[in-house]
Design a protein around this ligand. Structure first.
Ligand code: FPP
Length: 248
């Protein structure tokens, strides 16, 4: 049976978060510069989004640039920023055709002005699309996001807009960049590394983690299918016992 047929479409993860890792190593293996790996990381993003949308996944988040990535050599940071701008520009049409809404999370104000403008254009152009939501995490760090949410709530508290009792999981959720997204149920990280790397720390609380040795530029639709099949084999207990789940 082919992989796609093994997927139960009624039990898809609503939100898949992806740490796209291994671009640099992929390029190095071929004696090329790291940016060649990033350039070849665009195709798998497109294929993954199209495949996810086709299956009926509601949301996919891609970790494209972390707060820590600013520490990389300037030439790599510049090349990544311009790759993002050109890719977003080129892909608007595909996003529209597939009714995909684009959203970005992270410290977007720290991006170069041109990247901010192009990103906003694509976000505005696709804002009323009702299909899948594609989220780009850009200049994103989860600790940064959590601190921003905590600060925003502290300001509301100081201004007597909320009480201490209003500090709840759901109000905190509503203060995060991901306030309008379902919780990620599946996290995929490529390249064999098994870390979360400051990605969606709050949101991933109950997510299933899936690690594959495939380097991001080699990630294709079958790799996504494999991750979803693996997800569907797991028993998600949310702190309950197996027996309690069977009784539901
Ligand atoms: C991690 O690989 C990858 C990144 C830091 C950048 C990801 C960016 C893309 C795939 C470009 C296109 C994306 C979009 C959304 C347009 P790494 O460089 O850390 O690899 P390494 O661990 O092998 O060094």
């Amino acid at each position: 049976m082919d992989l796609k047929e093994q997927i139960d479409l009624s039990r898809l993860p609503k939100h898949i978060a992806i740490i796209m890792d291994g671009n640099g190593r992929w390029a190095k293996k071929q004696g090329k510069l790291r940016i060649f790996g990033h350039q070849n990381g665009v195709l798998p993003v497109r294929e993954t989004v199209e495949t996810g949308a086709e299956l009926g996944v509601k949301c996919m988040t891609f970790y494209a640039f972390s707060t820590e990535n600013w520490n990389r050599p300037k030439v790599e940071v510049d090349a990544l920023m311009s790759l993002l701008v050109t890719t977003i520009n080129k892909e608007i049409k595909t996003l529209q055709e597939n009714k995909i809404r684009l959203k970005a999370i992270g410290d977007l104000k720290s991006l170069p002005a041109k990247s901010q403008v192009e990103l906003q254009k694509a976000i505005d152009a696709t804002s009323s699309n009702q299909g899948m939501t594609m989220v780009l995490a850009l200049s994103y760090g989860s600790r940064w996001e959590i601190l921003e949410a905590a600060k925003a709530m502290a300001v509301q508290y100081k201004n007597n807009q909320i009480n201490l009792d209003d500090f709840t999981e759901s109000s905190f959720n509503a203060s995060l960049d991901t306030y309008d997204l379902p919780e990620p149920e599946l996290l995929i990280r490529t390249s064999g590394e098994q870390r979360i790397s400051n990605f969606l720390l709050w949101q991933l609380a109950y997510a299933e983690l899936y690690f594959t040795d495939v380097l991001w530029p080699d990630f294709r639709k079958n790799d996504l299918y494999k991750a979803i099949i693996d997800f569907q084999k797991r028993e998600r207990r949310f702190g309950k016992t197996s027996e309690q789940l069977q009784d539901l």
